[in-house]
Design a protein around this ligand. Structure first.
Ligand code: ADP
Length: 319
């Protein structure tokens, strides 16, 4: 293999730049040329490609977002779009591809591998919703952003003796809410993977009030539905006024944490190793602190699960 490409696709996440840097430097270390493909699969189909040098990826390890830009492309989901992408890759002499993104992006990488371009996926998403890796790049940074915000809200919750509901991202996965709730000592955590009822939640609030607790923090995963509606329902059923904060896109940005930079460096470099070993259609991940590669088809056939023992622990510690 003489030349590989790298792109970022789908939602951005902090640490993608560190992963790009690792891919580029690891490849150059092995005398392999690297092309940067801008704006995901859209840019790939349209030839938005430039060579990357050692210097091109200097001064990015600490930056959020992605220097390559990212995009979503409906056209690439079609056979014609994928063939167009293969054409572009061949015309640039690119024999292997590293795709940094989420599960949708991995399906694209799998399609390209089936059509003759070896592609390896690197999990970049704040949602931590990809199977076969303990963590995705960006999760830890988003988690730290959430807890910084919740700590601030807690100050006001304490001063004003109020109940706050904080909605965090995560798509259908509850990881971000669960870890943030545990790290923040939230009174209640609501995630899609665990059953909950408003009545149960009200009982918890009441128990807290009876032992003199004057404020409460409820962390809600976006996957369970609207925090605003939950707030309304609590008010209707109990008269308790909840203040609702939807944290939104601040969770996707910011300088990556040390954990995410190290994870991105390891997984980006490992993806290049996989290409050098002739592997394709795989995603890399970290399991038990070791980089591993799993066929994308196998990984995406599994359902991502949260560690429910953490949920139980959070419950026990917030009595
Ligand atoms: P993420 O990678 O963050 O999950 P998306 O699901 O939006 O984000 O996927 C990113 C891009 O990957 C899509 O815009 C599309 O171009 C490509 N993609 C998604 N699903 C498929 C698929 N089944 N086949 C081919 N390409 C896909």
């Amino acid at each position: 293999m003489k030349k590989i490409g790298v792109l970022t696709s789908g939602g951005d996440s902090p640490g993608m730049n560190a992963a790009i840097r690792a891919v580029v430097r690891k490849a150059l270390f092995h005398d392999i040329e690297v092309s940067g493909i801008y704006h995901g699969y859209h840019g790939l189909m349209n030839g938005s490609i430039k060579p990357l040098t050692i210097g091109s990826v200097g001064d990015i390890i600490h930056r959020g977002g992605t220097m390559l830009g990212t995009a979503r492309s409906e056209e690439f989901k079609t056979e014609a779009g994928q063939l167009k992408a293969i054409e572009t890759l061949k015309s640039h002499g690119i024999e292997g591809l590293v795709v940094i993104g989420g599960d949708g992006s991995f399906r694209g990488a799998e399609k390209l591998s089936e059509k003759g371009i070896a592609a390896i996926g690197v999990p970049g998403t704040i949602d931590n919703d990809i199977p076969c890796t303990d963590f995705t790049i960006g999760f830890d940074t988003a988690l730290n952003t959430v807890i910084e915000a919740v700590d601030k809200i807690r100050d006001t919750a304490t001063s004003h003796e109020r109940t706050f509901i904080i909605e965090v991202m995560g798509r259908d996965a509850g990881d971000l809410a669960l870890w943030a709730g545990l790290a923040d000592g939230a009174e209640t955590i609501l995630i899609p993977e665990a059953d909950y009822s408003v009545d149960e939640l009200l009982k918890t609030l009441k128990r807290g009030q009876e032992r003199g607790k004057k404020h409460s923090i409820i962390v809600v995963a976006e996957g369970i539905g609207s925090a605003v509606e939950l707030g309304n329902s609590i008010r209707e059923k109990s008269g308790v006024e909840c203040r609702v904060t939807v944290l939104g896109h601040i969770q996707r940005g910011g300088s990556p944490t040390a954990f995410d930079r190290v994870l991105a460096s390891r997984l980006g470099a490992y993806a290049v190793e996989c290409l050098l070993n002739g592997e394709k259609g795989k995603m890399v991940g970290l399991q038990n602190n070791q980089p591993v590669a799993t066929p994308i088809s196998e990984a995406l056939n599994q359902k991502h699960t949260v560690d429910l023992s953490l949920y139980q622990l959070a419950k026990e510690l917030s009595i």
